[in-house]
Design a protein around this ligand. Sequence first.
Ligand SMILES: [Zn+2]
Ligand SMILES: [Zn+2]
Length: 193
Amino acid sequence: MQEQPKGTTSTEVHEEWKERAPYQIHTRHEHFPVRYEASCHCGKVTYQLKRDRPLDSKLCHCTTCQTQHAAPFQWAAIFHKEDINFTNGHHDLEWYDPSEKTTKHKLPCKVRCKWCHSPIMDEGRNMILLFPSLIHFKSKEDRLKFEPRCHMFYGQRVMDIPDGKPKWAGLNNDSEQILEDKPINEKEQYSQG
Ligand SMILES: [Zn+2]
Ligand SMILES: [Zn+2]
């Protein structure tokens, strides 16, 4: 695989991602110990994971996640790009970059199934934040390994979650922590647009 020189056409750049993690095709002979299996709602996109537990797992209450997931908050588990092996539909995806509002494959971006539009993951520059709701957990023990460890952007929440877990006003470990009995700050919440 040749390196893509800067200024190549969008078609070439569009194809280049197929050769890289997390989308590269793994051959059957490659060693990939399957720990979890997952699929989108329609089943056209399927993938496997080899890591036993995520590097981190968190609930995000930011207004972008609320809108993108049409939900009060989002549940994401962090993995290395090499931890995932798409087994189907990995070249049938659509992207969305919420910062520039484009559908180009520009990192970080949201990744969805092109058919059913289920959110699959957020692809960051170095990591992926995948959505564990797509994983077919075989036991409660496995599910507990993905248990959210904290809340982030809790300042933008639409509801209180009194679960005793750390709650960050913005990014975890990089913002103020919010105490559980602190009421929802309407001004803060509604100023985010
Ligand atoms: Zn789908
Ligand atoms: Zn968010």
